[in-house]
Design a protein around this ligand. Sequence first.
Ligand code: UD1
Length: 425
Amino acid sequence: MNSFNNNNIQKIFITGEKKLTGNINISGAKNAALPLMALSLLINKDFNLYNIPDLADTRLMSNLLIDLGIEINWQKGNLNFNGKPKKDEASYELVRQMRASILVLGPLLASKGSAKVPLPGGCAIGSRPIDLHVMVMEALGANIIFDSGFIIASLGNDGLKGAVIDFPLVSVGATESAIMTAVLAQGQTKILNAAREPEVTDLANCLNKAGADIKGIGTDILIINGVKELHKVSHSVVSDRIEAGSFAIASSITMGNIEINNINPKDLTEFINVLKLTGTKIEISDNSMKVSCSNRPKPYSVVTNPYPGFPTDLQAQYMALMAIADGTTLIKETIFENRFMHVPELMRMGAKIFTNHQEAEIYGVKKLKGAKVMASDLRASMCLILGALAADGTSEIDGLYHLDRGYENLEDKLTNLGAIIKRSN
Ligand code: UD1
């Protein structure tokens, strides 16, 4: 298990230039686990989730739900939930630590008829507003006020009512909020411009197994016919495509050979196409892929986009690879306005990168050099780990809190592949 209790003072040391080889199993997806766990506010009896990754963020969501009155029995990756929420106010101390806590707003409102959730605040990768979540609640009949840093949502006598929700931009979280809030609303809800990420699909599939009526799953138009109640269900969380993509880059950047198991390669189609175009060899089977590379990567420019486009959550890691490419790459980030925090740190390792607003131009260098660096957010920390794995010498990576939010057993997995990595105070 990650030692995320002392992670404010811990650092990771990596000695690079080791080819990574061997097999790894990918964990359940954090971004699917979090909304699925919030469903425990709606499914009141014997709700089971399997393949939940043990991470700072999933532990935090668990604590938030326990604080609201849900009983949770956590046995390895399997969670059993029972009970209804006993109060409608989410803890400020917990919500302020994780933006995804906003996902409890809709289910809490649907379950209790009212919800008081602290505003989650900004984060390193941008201001990350919650206006679309609020738009969802209002469209479905909630009255919303903001008071002393809280969003306070309440319902009139009519309760939640189906509506047309036409998103002005694609939002994973707001689509999930809309799905979770609409499943128990009276009548039909139509969600237009819905996010199609595999994690959204996983949430909708789990809900349908619990008796919800959601059509159009996997497309950008979802039709939800409200049902009276949800029944008990068991569901296994989809595997983490971002972890899988990160390990694929670990193989390319170290000119290694890794078999990545327990994945759904279809969820990574665009990423796999891009990686192949950089010269990486990828052999795909049903639930795994073999990723190997024997040459310096070729440059290939990308633009991040909502699924099925190139994922923003792999942009930083891909930049580490392009930092040693044989030529120049352009990376355009279209989802978040401030997601190049890893650039100055990667440059400390010798990368040559110029940024202009949401574009980065990367002039590949032959070799990165180990350095002391600081992780600023979750994916940035993986970018620095990848840079360090390829670099000449030893790197010291600080800011592990971010890493522990999203990568389960990372050091063990990398050590098993031959990396020289240790965590210490
Ligand atoms: C989720 C993922 C995150 C990923 C992101 C985009 C989780 C827990 N996190 O975050 O890892 O990087 O999707 O794939 O699943 N926006 C608004 N108003 C809102 C909500 C979002 O303007 O109310 C904007 C955001 O600022 C951003 C864009 O919409 O520019 C997309 O963000 P969104 O898809 O909502 O990201 P999250 O759900 O927060």
